[in-house]
Write a protein that binds this ligand. Structure first.
Ligand code: FAD
Ligand code: UDP
Length: 757
């Protein structure tokens, strides 16, 4: 049934009281991979499930085709995109679907789907990480980038096996291992009498079989050698061939490529095998696999011979019906033993623990827990009674907190809302599980040349002196960043002893550009191509997703080169950290009888015209409903980790300027906070287009677009925009404080003069 977004049959609207589930997959609903089908068909018994497939290219306008699967009730949702459909077409189709079905949760089998679904406010987000997809042949580069993005967004993560769980465990707080299950009733048919399909019946016995996708994960050389060692044995290979060329499939009289089979027919093939095979190659693509076919083979009563796949060995340890062999001779010997008869002791008890029902039950319970948490933390958009006040301040970060404090101190009643569950904005810090003080949104180092800003903040916190140091990891090792005399000596193996010698050296390297416009111009004019490539190009490409030629010079001007051996990252007059952390400092700022703080509250939840004036510190384009188009923001994924060592790196931050390392930098918080602890917590940053807006992107065309919004703002007397997002400027904390103080002075001037009159 085609859907153009305006009509949805009544039966499909909120058919159930539980929220719908939208499942994103890189597979078709009827693919041979069982897991998505098995899990989603069970979910469909209690809620509406939309299985969002890979788009298909079609004729006519972009649309969603929704076909309800007769056996399971799952709504198979296929985006049909005409050739040359605009980039946002998928996002638009998804938005229309959500308008029809209301608040929903998302379930991902592929991180790639985040690209068009990351903007949605899902009730809960689950990621069922079945495989290390990025290690598969022809895996898109985007997978590597988007998986951490999805991990960060997910409320709950499942892994398809123990090895994958071990590899991902440190990346998520709510991650659970669920190796795939088995449809016992289906495969146990193979233990009884079943007619053998004609294509396999033609083969002489013994028959050694395999079913599943035939791709780079199979060890074709191993299969060819087995076939050569035992020409009298016949190898029945069932399944679709993927990603391989015909030449990659070994040909022999006793190897039979029988092609893809319907899931329903598998038991009738399995019933007539003498041995079931899992001849997996041992490579990157199979390191984390947990083959679903292993319990299926066993349910069918067939002995199994497999290569030493970690999850197979772990899951079937002690089961004699599963033999492990690593070369053709070993496989042949193990298969011969299996044909002679092996005990099946323990098999059925183990299989009884692997039902899809129990797996889906546990997954559903975890999803529901996440959904109920999200309902408490961020109730679905609804208006709530608003306390009386003169001002509404949206955002409890530096801009919002300073404004609220100043207005409150001037006698105004202020309501502060923030959609996050905490104050502090991006500067929020907290104690992690190990008790270490960490910055949830990446390292925040306070530095300023302004005596006024320091004096103002000092009313709310004491300070600990701290000077930030950064090393860059390059081929010469870990060297100071910004580039200084020591960096030059290490990189070029020279012995520059004075500032003048370093300057003369740099003058030789530099390629002056005039006028200096871009972020690249700024660097090559000072240090030349080689150092630019080594320290700036890759880092900037990663951080911004743009070539430095496309970015304003102010970006790289933040880290100017020096000829001294001063290795501090900042040279500001004041460099220090709030002694008890940023969050405590914000608590003190907002602790005022005239201030009410509502957390977990989006601005949209506040009824319009409740307050005389609004100070908005969120994205200005969002305020105006993206009237002129969305302003680009760059986001980050923060990967936090605690290690059982006292210190993990020599300085607070190590930068990774090469384009290949996906993260830009890694920060060790203890070096910043001075906390004494036997463990240490680190944070790696992975830049991303998608996610919370952290950075306005300083590029000329973005300024042009911002100016259009600014012109609207200039006409608007009911709202004042402030902060990094409100004024679309790449500002440090002290600059935001300075901006807010100046704005507050202007806004409260009449109060002071009124009071004086
Ligand atoms: P934010 O801190 O972003 O606060 C805005 C708040 O508004 C957010 O909490 C958001 O949830 C809320 N909000 C937005 N829209 C809505 C809405 N519709 N309804 C309700 N609430 C809403 N600066 C330094 O000086 N030194 C550093 O070392 C440093 N390191 C940084 C590292 C990283 C990774 C990042 C991202 C920034 C860093 N900064 C640093 C910059 C610093 O974070 C900002 O200057 C500062 O946080 C900006 O404060 P703000 O109030 O403008 O914005
Ligand atoms: N930069 C770089 N290599 C580095 C450090 C910084 O190319 O090792 C560039 C990069 O474009 C970055 C900009 O300089 O975005 C500003 O760096 P800064 O450390 O000031 O960024 P912040 O994280 O504070 O925004």
């Amino acid at each position: 049934m085609p859907m153009d977004g305006t009509t949805l049959p009544p039966s499909m609207r909120h058919a159930r009281s539980v929220s719908p589930l939208v499942c994103f997959s890189h597979l078709r609903w009827n693919s041979v991979f069982q897991r998505p089908q098995q899990i989603m068909s069970r979910f469909a018994q209690s809620r509406d499930v939309y299985f969002f497939e890979e788009p298909m290219r079609g004729e006519g306008a972009a649309r969603l085709d929704i076909v309800t699967c007769a056996q399971t009730g799952v709504r198979v949702t296929t985006p049909m995109l005409p050739e040359g459909a605009p980039e946002g077409a998928l996002r638009m189709l998804l938005d229309r679907l959500l308008q029809q079905i209301g608040p929903a949760s998302a379930w991902y089998y592929t991180p790639l789907a985040r690209a068009f679904s990351g903007h949605v406010r899902w009730l809960a987000v689950a990621f069922d990480c079945m495989d290390e997809l990025s290690a598969f042949r022809f895996a898109p580069e985007e997978l590597k980038r988007l998986e951490p993005v999805l991990m960060q967004a997910a409320d709950v993560v499942f892994t398809g096996g123990a090895s994958l769980h071990a590899a991902r465990a440190h990346r998520h707080r709510n991650i659970h291992c669920f190796p795939s299950g088995v449809d016992l009733a289906h495969f146990m048919q193979a233990r009884g009498d079943m007619a053998q399909p004609a294509d396999q019946k033609a083969l002489p016995r013994p028959v050694l079989g395999y079913f599943g996708v035939i791709d780079e994960r199979l060890d074709m050389a191993l299969l060819a050698q087995m076939a050569a060692l035992r020409p009298d044995w016949h190898f029945a290979m069932l399944g679709p061939v993927a990603k391989l060329t015909p030449e990659e499939l070994p040909q022999a009289a006793n190897i039979h490529w029988l092609g893809p089979k319907d899931y329903r027919d598998l038991p009738s093939y399995l019933a007539h095998w003498d041995v079931a095979l899992m001849p997996f190659a041992r490579n990157e693509a199979t390191r984390f696999i947990s083959p679903t076919k292993a319990p299926e083979y066993l349910a069918g009563g067939r002995p199994v011979v497999s290569t030493g796949i970690a999850d197979v060995m772990q899951r079937f340890a002690g089961i004699e019906a599963v033999a492990i062999a690593d070369d053709a001779e070993g496989f042949v010997a193990a298969a011969a033993r299996a044909m002679a008869g092996v005990p099946f002791d323990g098999v059925d008890d183990l299989l009884a623990t692997m039902s899809w029902d129990s797996i889906q039950d546990s997954m559903a319970a975890l999803l529901e827990k996440a959904e109920s948490r999200s309902r408490i933390a961020a109730p679905a958009l609804r208006t709530r009674p608003a306390p009386m006040a003169d001002y509404l301040v949206v955002g409890a970060g530096f801009a919002g907190a300073v404004m609220a404090e100043r207005l409150a101190t001037a006698g105004q009643r202020v309501v502060v809302v923030d959609r996050r569950a905490h104050i502090g904005g991006n500067a929020f810090d907290e104690h992690d599980k190990a008790g270490l003080l960490v910055h949830r949104y990446g390292p925040h180092i306070f530095h300023t040349n302004s005596d006024d800003v320091l004096a103002y903040l000092s009313r709310f916190t004491a300070w600990r002196p701290y000077e930030h140091r950064v090393l860059a990891s390059v081929s010469a090792g870990l060297v100071p960043m910004p580039i200084n005399r020591t960096t030059l000596n290490r990189v070029f193996g020279c012995d520059l002893r004075t500032d003048a010698a370093a300057q003369a050296f740099l003058d030789q390297l530099a390629s002056p550009v005039s006028p200096i416009v871009s972020a690249r111009d700024f660097v090559v004019s000072a240090v030349g191509e080689e150092l630019y490539e080594m320290f700036f190009r890759g880092y900037t490409l990663k951080q911004w997703g743009l070539d430095p030629r496309a970015l304003d010079k102010s970006v790289t001007a933040r880290v100017p080169t020096r000829v001294t051996d001063d290795d501090r990252y900042f040279l500001d007059k004041h460099q220090c950290m709030p002694r008890a952390g940023y969050t405590r400092m914000f608590e003190n700022m907002l602790d005022h009888p005239n201030i009410t703080v509502l957390l977990g509250t989006d601005h949209a939840q506040i009824p319009a015209q409740t307050y005389g004036h609004t100070v908005f510190t969120g994205p200005i384009d969002a305020w105006y409903g993206y009237r002129y188009g969305a302003l680009p923001y760059r986001s980050l994924v923060f990967e936090h980790e605690t290690l059982p060592v006292e210190f993990a790196q020599p300085v607070a931050t190590v930068n990774y300027p090469d384009a290949r390392t996906p993260s830009t930098r890694c920060t060790e918080f203890k070096r910043i906070t001075g906390q004494v602890h036997r463990k240490t917590s680190l944070c790696r940053e992975y830049p991303s287009d998608e996610g919370e807006p952290y950075y306005p992107v300083p590029a000329p065309e973005n300024q042009v677009l911002y100016k259009k919004y600014e012109a609207l703002a200039d006409q608007d007397t009911a709202v004042t925009f402030l902060g990094r997002l409100g004024t679309y400027r790449y500002m440090n904390m002290d600059q935001v404080v300075g901006q807010a103080l100046a704005t507050a002075r202007r806004m409260t001037a009449h109060l002071v003069s009124e009071a004086a009159e």
